[in-house]
Design a protein around this ligand. Structure first.
Ligand code: FCB
Length: 450
């Protein structure tokens, strides 16, 4: 097994349950909000769903063998809450736990360190029926789920993250409805964000109690925001978006408060009432800001913004250069800046880049080779940015490519391909792309300071 000595740099690949597992009706799994959302006409491109996905639930041994060939020493994956508690709480499903038991054992046999994400968006539908993350009661449900999973796997899994990207869960799920559960209620999204953060804080001591030597963290997605000009209004627009996206989560976790400038803006636009924040109870920030062992950073792109015509309006500008197939600008310097800014402003003890990668559709040629040079360039430039940030003092201890496999890319379905391994959607055959071999060689070279 890989040792977590201070010298270890984690080179990994990342996935999430709903995006790869399939087998949604097997072994007693309950319905998740994504099963439901995928059935809403027009919600997901081409009506795709995670019903089969990469069929990783049955092919996990093959996928771990692929990882072993890449020489990764870490694998970040998520647990599907509806496999453990099909109705969200109460009756538990031993076959769900047994699957993750087998997965963890198979990883450890290959010397690959498991990094578990407890929540990567597939909420049991039964809990959503009670309001999901909008309902404060979910904090207790999450705590019970975390307790159960960490008691089952804590003898072997040391690295735990509570949530993946609370911004996406709250904003895309409850404010603009692009993601499950498809709710459009910006005020409720702020309550959801708070309950996500609170449930994270509630989980921290549970993980420490159940897991000897636990390393506990949370994963935030970060957007590097660039003002369109040196004008004060544009700088203000950039600060506003940075506040919505980055500081709304970083500040409570590391500074025990929501950013004042955004609280004031949300009062002006009616998302928040005057006076105390309705969803914050006494003691919440103490729980939310409990010390963590690492911060996970997901980084893909930057945003270029200018002030709009209406007060407080943020206007986004088109990307510069050739974007990826998601339409996202390729801006590795933003990863460097993000890591340095977090180091400077929030001083986490350790950081991991828990996701970074690019969607390009390059497929197999007649010799079954996938020449995805653009992805190689993307990964190379971003890993260089990590190397520079580490050299300049960022406490960076790992890097995970998103993703091992082409998979179900949420509202975009299977059209967007982030994998370093190609998946043929008719046969489910896996073909490592050129980027997979490149990544293996890059891992072998290591970082300057390994
Ligand atoms: C992140 C998600 C991940 C994947 C990538 C492309 O926001 O965490 O599941 O969809 O984007």
């Amino acid at each position: 097994m890989s040792q977590s000595s201070p010298k270890t740099f984690w080179w990994g690949v990342a996935t999430s349950a709903y995006q790869i597992e399939g087998a949604v009706r097997e072994d007693g799994r309950g319905e998740s909000i994504w099963d439901r959302f995928c059935r809403v006409p027009g919600a997901v491109e081409r009506g795709d769903s995670g019903d089969v996905a990469c069929d990783h639930y049955h092919r996990y041994a093959e996928d771990i063998a692929l990882m072993a060939e890449l020489d990764v020493n870490a694998y970040r994956f998520s647990i599907a809450w509806p496999r453990i508690f099909p109705e969200g709480r109460g009756r538990e499903e031993p076959r769900g736990i047994a699957f993750y038991d087998r997965l963890v054992d198979a990883l450890l046999e290959q010397g690959i360190q498991p990094f578990v994400t407890l929540y990567h968006w597939d909420l049991p539908q039964a809990l959503e029926d009670e309001g999901g993350w909008r309902n404060r009661h979910i904090v207790d449900d999450f705590a019970r789920y975390v307790d159960r999973v960490s008691r089952a796997l804590g003898d072997r899994v040391k690295y735990w993250t509570t949530h993946n990207e609370p911004w996406c869960i709250a904003t895309l799920g409850y404010s603009n409805g692009i993601h499950a559960p498809g709710v459009r209620d910006p005020a409720a999204a702020l309550a959801a964000a708070h309950h996500l953060l609170l449930s994270h804080g509630r989980a921290v001591p549970i993980l420490r109690a159940n897991v000897p030597g636990a390393k506990v963290g949370i994963v935030l997605n970060q957007l590097w925001v660039i003002p369109a000009s040196a004008r004060a209004e544009d700088a203000e627009a950039a600060r506003a978006l940075d506040g919505d996206f980055n500081r709304w989560y970083l500040d409570p976790l590391f500074r025990r408060a929501y950013p004042e400038d955004r609280v004031a803006a949300y009062r002006r636009d009616g998302r928040l009432p005057a006076g105390p924040l309705p969803f914050v109870h006494a003691g919440d920030f103490e729980e939310i800001s409990r010390p963590i062992d690492f911060l996970g950073v997901n980084y893909y792109t930057c945003a270029r913004v200018a002030a709009g015509d209406a007060p407080g309006e943020i206007r986004s500008l088109p990307p510069e250069g050739e974007p990826t197939e998601m339409g996202w600008e390729v801006y590795p310097q933003g990863l460097y800046e993000t890591l340095m800014r977090i180091t400077r402003d929030y001083a986490p003890t350790s950081m991991l880049v828990t996701e970074n990668g690019a969607s390009y559709g390059d497929g197999p040629d007649e010799n079954r080779r996938v020449k995805d040079q653009r992805r190689i360039d993307y990964l190379a430039s971003h890993i260089d940015a990590c190397e520079r940030a580490k050299r300049d003092g960022a406490p960076l201890d790992g890097y995970f490519v998103w993703s091992l496999l082409d998979n179900f890319e949420w509202q975009c379905g299977y059209r967007q391909r982030f994998g370093i391994v190609w998946v043929d959607w008719s046969t489910l055959q896996r073909i490592p792309k050129d980027s997979a071999f490149w990544y293996r060689d890059r891992i072998r070279r290591g970082l300057g300071r390994d």
